[in-house]
Design a protein around this ligand. Structure first.
Ligand code: PMP
Ligand code: GLU
Length: 394
């Protein structure tokens, strides 16, 4: 008998976290690694948010919080949903969790039965497929290419739906492609979904504010989708708060209650100090963090510009998040400095070893022809990293 369960043995390790750990390890050995693997803003959490946390400690916030979050935090989330997304939620529709990752894990656990299918437009965020599989669901990958800006078309969605389809999961802005679905594009997907009233939509909007195209659209804004859409969001990205671990959902009350029940047995409420800080983060205007978004846009342009000079990198123009997802299949079958590159995993490893630049294999996001480059790094690091990549490939 195995010591470990089939459940954990069958699960993949998070490729983003594995690459970040590997980069850290090599750095500790003294190697000059530039980490472009992790989706983590390189800014500090803004002072007004830190001050709220310090205040909370001094005010003796230390006890368990309600499992689904402080009422004041739910108020702030309700305000945020109305202000930024024109979405109306009440307290019983909101659940605060230990990161959006836990929000997603809760949703998979409370919604999936054995064999239920979840449509994942590909590329998708690294944890979606494993969270689905962990809960006995079946990921149904819908491949997209640069030709459609890595977006799923309504025809593709229609073709992927079967009697077993339980959910559609996607992120917009998308990690890893940076693609942003416009309101019209979401409406076209909704037009397919209205014919299948039992399909639940999980709309991961954690990169909402990191959007260079202007408008952010939410699936739940459509009246005919509101009752079966769960909107997932969090503070990790736009507020540079990855380690504070706060995410949240707004959605149908029945689903929110189930997530609350699940979390009550697994983690209880999220960290009390972090929750108090997030009340401030969400109540303040998002314009307070615009400086980070402006900087991400400068870096996006910089990366695209520098990559143009490297043979064999094909990219879309990412309109949001902080990633580029170049197709590097040009290099497959080629031998570089004695190493044969057969896929994106080999390519990413080659860049780590030869250029000392950490990226992530696109296979982890369901597209083995691409790699993901995170530009949540300084302009100097980006310039140096791409210089090294170019040299390693020349
Ligand atoms: N969704 C997407 C698309 C992400 O990129 C991330 C990044 N970690 C998450 C969810 C989870 O975020 P967190 O758990 O830090 O809130
Ligand atoms: N979401 C980030 C990324 O994609 C953080 C890592 C993770 O949570 O997996 O790199």
């Amino acid at each position: 008998m195995n010591l470990l369960s089939d459940r954990i043995l069958n699960m993949s390790t998070s490729a983003t976290l594995a690459m970040a750990a590997k980069a850290r390890e090599l750095k500790a050995e003294g190697k000059d690694i530039i980490g472009l693997s992790l989706g983590e803003p390189d800014f500090n959490t803004p002072d007004y948010i830190k001050d709220a946390a310090i205040q909370a400690i001094n005010d003796n916030y230390s006890a368990y919080t309600p499992v689904d979050g402080y009422v004041e935090l739910k108020d702030a989330i309700i305000t945020k949903f109305k202000r930024d997304n024109d979405l109306d939620y009440v307290h019983s529709q909101i659940v605060v969790s230990t990161g959006a990752k836990q929000s997603l894990a809760n949703l998979a656990a409370v919604l999936l039965n054995q064999g239920d299918e979840v449509i994942l437009p590909c590329p998708y965020w690294v944890s979606y497929a494993d969270l689905v599989k962990l809960n006995d669901g079946v990921p149904v990958e819908v491949p997209t290419t640069i030709a459609t800006d890595f977006k799923m078309t309504p025809e593709q969605l229609d073709a992927a739906i079967t009697p077993k389809t339980k959910m559609l999961w996607y992120s917009s802005p998308c990690n890893p492609s940076g693609s942003v679905y416009s309101k019209e594009e979401l409406r076209a997907l909704a037009d397919v979904l209205v014919k299948h009233p039992n399909i639940i939509v999980v709309s991961d909007e954690i990169y909402e504010h990191i959007n260079f195209s202007g408008e952010h659209a939410s699936m739940a804004q459509f009246e005919d989708m509101y009752d079966r859409t769960v909107t997932v969001n969090g503070v990790s990205k736009a507020f540079a708060m990855t380690g504070w671990r706060i995410g949240y959902i707004g959605g149908p009350e029945k689903i929110a209650r189930a997530c609350n029940k699940m979390q009550g047995q697994i983690t209880s409420g999220a960290n009390c100090i972090a929750q108090r800080a997030v009340i401030t983060a969400l109540n303040e205007s998002p314009s307070k963090v615009q400086f980070m978004i402006d900087e991400f846009k400068i870096r996006r342009d910089l990366v695209l510009d520098l990559l143009k000079d490297i043979e064999g990198f094909k990219t879309n123009i990412p309109e949001g998040a902080f990633y580029v997802f170049p197709n590097v299949s040009y290099y497959f079958g080629k031998t570089l400095r004695g190493t044969t590159i057969n896929n994106a995993s080999d390519f990413s490893l080659y860049l780590l070893e030869e250029a000392l630049v950490a990226t992530v294999d696109g296979g982890a996001f369901g597209n083995p022809e691409c790699i993901r480059i995170s530009y949540a790094a300084s302009q100097e690091q980006i310039i140096e990293a791409i210089k090294r990549i170019k040299a390693a490939l020349s």
